[in-house]
Design a protein. Structure first.
Length: 293
């Protein structure tokens, strides 16, 4: 069993204390007491040095979303990446494009209902990322919607989760017809699947083809050429499916957008669900059939 550094320090320190006490037990001098006290103090200092910082996810008592390995995806080497853990989702932010590389979340039926409403919630620049960053003004007159990656309707369980879904690190410039049409229909399908299967892992984000990209606004927010979505259900019979949507108008059935997760990986360079056992990952990512859903 692999021992973490904190546990190793504690175990080593306690063994040292026990040894000192044993050696000095017949005639514990003041010198031995000082030795034991020094060891205990050193162990305490090391434990404090390796403790979680006060603002960390664990210390803050944040949602288990932050520790769920299936939410972490692997970007290609060299991709600018800042990982941001939110109440309901994790996003990998790219400071060069001012877009997420990917956004991942675990969707359960209870997350789609609750006290949080999207009405009255404003789109926000995310001050956790460096400037220049996407702002509301970048979208004015651009002809593009502020397209959610993790949708607002998946965050009704919490007012804070709903607010965070409107951060621009969860947004991409998206064709309005797509955003309100086929992309929205896919989001609704995922909520139905969550009801049916109990839980889903969803990852989505922009696809940027090689070459120069269009940008919007003074902050030069990149406009994606397309979008991906991959969906995983676990359990006794795990399944995964991928979808690719051009950032353009369309009115087509879901099946027209279906791709294997392997194909989405080929297009994006992202390794999805790397924490799955290798045999399961290989099996579920190689095939895709909308009839399985």
């Amino acid at each position: 069993m692999k021992m973490n550094k904190k546990a190793f320090i504690l175990k080593t320190g306690l063994l040292a204390v026990c040894a000192a006490v044993t050696l000095g037990s017949c005639d514990m001098t003041q010198r031995d007491k000082r030795l034991v006290g020094g060891i205990v103090s050193a162990v305490a200092d090391e434990l404090e040095a390796h403790a979680e910082p006060a603002g960390s996810v664990k210390a803050a008592g944040a949602s288990a979303v932050a520790d769920d390995a299936l939410l972490m995806q692997d970007c290609p080497d060299g991709t600018p990446e800042q990982t941001l853990r939110r109440t309901a989702y994790v996003t990998s932010y790219n400071k060069a494009t001012k877009l997420p590389n990917w956004v991942a979340w675990r969707l359960t039926p209870d997350r789609t209902s609750g006290p949080a409403k999207r009405s009255g919630v404003d789109f926000e620049a995310d001050t956790d990322v460096p400037a220049p960053r996407a702002e509301d003004s970048d979208y004015y007159g651009s002809g593009y919607d502020r397209g959610h990656m993790c949708p607002a309707a998946d965050n009704k369980f919490s007012k804070e989760a709903m607010r965070e879904s409107f951060l621009f690190t969860n947004m991409c410039p998206q064709n309005g017809n797509l955003n309100r049409g086929d992309w929205n229909e896919m989001e609704m399908a995922c909520r139905r699947w969550a009801e049916q299967y109990g839980a889903l892992y969803i990852v989505c984000g922009p696809i940027l083809y090689k070459g120069k990209h269009k940008t919007i606004g003074k902050n030069k927010v990149v406009v994606p050429e397309a979008f991906f979505k991959v969906v995983l259900r676990t359990g006794e019979n795990p399944k995964a499916i991928g979808f690719i949507y051009k950032n353009a108008e369309g009115n087509r059935p879901k099946g027209d957008y279906v791709n294997t997760v392997d194909e989405v990986e080929r297009l994006t360079g992202i390794d999805f669900f790397p924490s799955l056992p290798d045999d399961v990952e290989s099996r579920v990512e190689a095939t895709a059939d909308i009839a399985d859903w």
